[in-house]
Structures are given as C-alpha cells and as structure tokens.
Write a protein that binds this ligand. Structure first.
Ligand code: A3P
Length: 318
C-alpha cells in the first residue's frame, strides 16, 4: 500500500516487485537493489541517475555514506573549486544557500522526480554529490576521467548521527522516535540508508587503491584531526593545489566551512530543503566520538567487532 501511494514510474514499480523489501527504520519501505538498501522514494532517482547521468571528464563527484560529513565536504569542495571567485564578498553562495543547495545530489535530489534534468547551466567543473555505492555508479562515471572524492566516518558515530537525524525527521512528521535498539540491530545486519555501511566503504576503499588518481578516500576523523593537510591533499588530487608555503588560503576555506560558522548562518538554521527536511537537522554536534554518550559498551564492542572483521585484513582502521 505504501508503495502504491508513492509517485513512481511503472518501470520502477515493476522492479520493486522483484526485489527483496522490508520495513526500514528510516522509511516505511526499503528495497535491496544491487546489494544495497534504498528507500522507495529514491528508487526512481537511482534508476534515472544510472541510466541518464552522463559524467564529463571535468566533473567532480563527492560521495559519502549518509551522516559522514556530506554537508561539510560539500561546502569545502565548493569553496576549493570556486577559489578564483572566492572572496569575503557577502554575495558568496555559501552565505545564502545551504551546502545542499549549492552542491546538488544526483539520485536523492536532481533525478528523484525528473528522469533527465537539464544540467546545461552548471558551470565547469561541475560538482555533484551522491550516496550511490561504487558498483551502482552510472557507467560514464567509471569510464570517464571524472574524479570521485569519497568521505566516510567511523561506524559508531555514523550510526548515532543517522539515528538522531532520522528521529528528528520522524518527529517533524509526527511519526514518533525510533527505538535505538531496533535501529542498531538493523544497522549491524547491514540494513541502513545506502547500507550495508561496511560494503559501501569497502567498495570505495578498494577503488581508491586500484585507481588512486580517480578515487580519493577520506575519513571524517582525519579531516577533523589534520584539516590543513587533508584539504591540501584534496586540492592536489583535484588539480588545484595550494602553494606550499602559504597556509592562510587553506585556513580561510576551513574557517568558512567550519561547523560553527556554517551552523550559525541564518540560511542553515531556518527553512527546509527541496525534500522537506529542515536545514538545521544537518548540523547537530559535529564532533568525533559522540557515540560514547549514546551507545552502551556492548553496542560499541559489537560495532567494533564487525568493523575489525570486515576491514582489518585490508589495513583499514577507524
Ligand atoms: P553529528 O550528528 O555527529 O553532529 P551529513 O552532512 O553527511 O548528513 O552528516 C551530518 C554530520 O556532519 C552531523 O554529525 C553534523 O553535525 C556534521 N557536520 C555538519 N556540518 C559540519 C561541519 N561543517 N564540520 C564538521 N561536521 C559537520
């Protein structure tokens, strides 16, 4: 019934009938497509992105698992790529629009209600974001020379951030909060937005090892710990390096995109995004290690164990 009530194409409806589906903790109905969980509302956007998005060699795609710091990275990459016009001017787009309006998402925004949006007015280099797993990317993204910047975060903070975010959205919609234990169980068995979390991270981690000039792999924790070095690394990767002996231009971007600065802007405190979600929900604490205030020691141990089992052989640590 929920699926029937959604505004979906016939093709999408047909496909959903053939996919494993269940009730999600972030959506009444979710579907396992190409090994990852998607909510009904985004399925048309996923299919249209795969079929119709044509990457250009000069494109930059910012890819994340939800709640890994997408909002932060959107602001940082926009400021990096728009340095020539970057100034203290009050007209700067990040002062007037949410980072999610400045850098649009493919499958959850541009393509969600429009199978073939007109992207011709976007200036080069085009910057888009996506949560799609590596194996579900449109063919042209892989075959072109476009660059992918991937950001993930330790699974304990990612889960906690996701749980808080989904509850805020649910409370706004009068759906009531999700019990944490239920959401946690599902997260652990891989059922989360664009999850399994570990498979998502591994897909991009392996791609970054195999194609280091195409895929850059970043961690939220590293960005917090050594922001200047990490932003310099990203700038070098994108072909717009900072000069070696000057930290001030790097620091200027970091200050502009800091949690304090962005979260205090009127444009990020009030109003809703294209999908009806409050802009302020994208700014909660912005800290590393907040899981300690939310997860029991047993829950933390369980997530650590899964992460160790899945990642340690590959040298990936959180
Ligand atoms: P917390 O819920 O732990 O505070 P996303 O942007 O992928 O939805 O991720 C949201 C998380 O990033 C939230 O984490 C949010 O507070 C944090 N965040 C948002 N803006 C940030 C910034 N400028 N710097 C650091 N963290 C930020």
């Amino acid at each position: 019934n929920f699926i029937q009530a959604q505004n979906l194409t016939d093709e999408c409806r047909q496909l959903l009938l053939s996919l494993p589906s269940e009730k999600g903790w972030w959506s009444p109905s979710i579907h396992l497509y190409q090994g990852f969980w998607h909510k009904t509302r985004f399925m048309d956007g996923v299919l249209s992105t795969q079929r119709n998005f044509k990457a250009l060699d000069s494109d930059v795609l910012l890819i994340t698992t939800p709640k890994s710091g997408t909002t932060w990275l959107k602001a940082l990459l926009f400021a990096l790529l728009n340095r020539p016009s970057y100034s203290r001017s009050s007209n700067y787009p990040l002062f007037h629009k949410s980072p999610h309006e400045v850098v649009r998402s493919l499958e959850v925004d541009l393509y969600v209600d429009n199978p073939d949006p007109d992207l011709s007015s976007i200036s080069s280099p085009r910057l888009f974001s996506s949560h799609l797993p590596f194996g579900s990317l449109p063919e042209s993204v892989v075959s072109s020379k476009c660059k992918l910047v991937y950001l993930c975060r330790n699974p304990k903070d990612t889960f906690v951030s996701l749980w808080h975010f989904m509850n805020q959205v649910r409370l706004e919609d009068n759906l009531g909060a999700n019990p944490m234990e239920e959401a946690f169980e599902m997260f652990c068995r891989g059922v989360s937005a664009f999850g399994p979390f570990w498979d998502h991270v591994l897909g991009y981690y392996k791609a970054s090892l195999e194609m280091p000039n195409k895929v850059m792999f970043l961690k939220y924790e590293d960005m917090k710990e050594r922001p200047v070095e990490e932003l310099r690394r990203v700038a070098g990767f994108l072909g717009c390096p900072f000069s070696e002996n000057q930290d001030e231009p790097v620091n200027e971007i970091l200050r502009l995109c800091s949690f304090d600065r962005l979260s205090r802007l009127e444009v990020n405190q009030n109003g809703k995004l294209y999908n009806g979600v409050d802009k302020k929900f994208f700014f909660r604490k912005g800290e590393v290690g907040d899981w300690i205030n939310n997860l029991s020691p047993e829950m933390a141990e369980r997530l650590d164990r899964i992460t160790e089992e899945r990642f340690s052989g590959l040298g990936l640590k959180f």
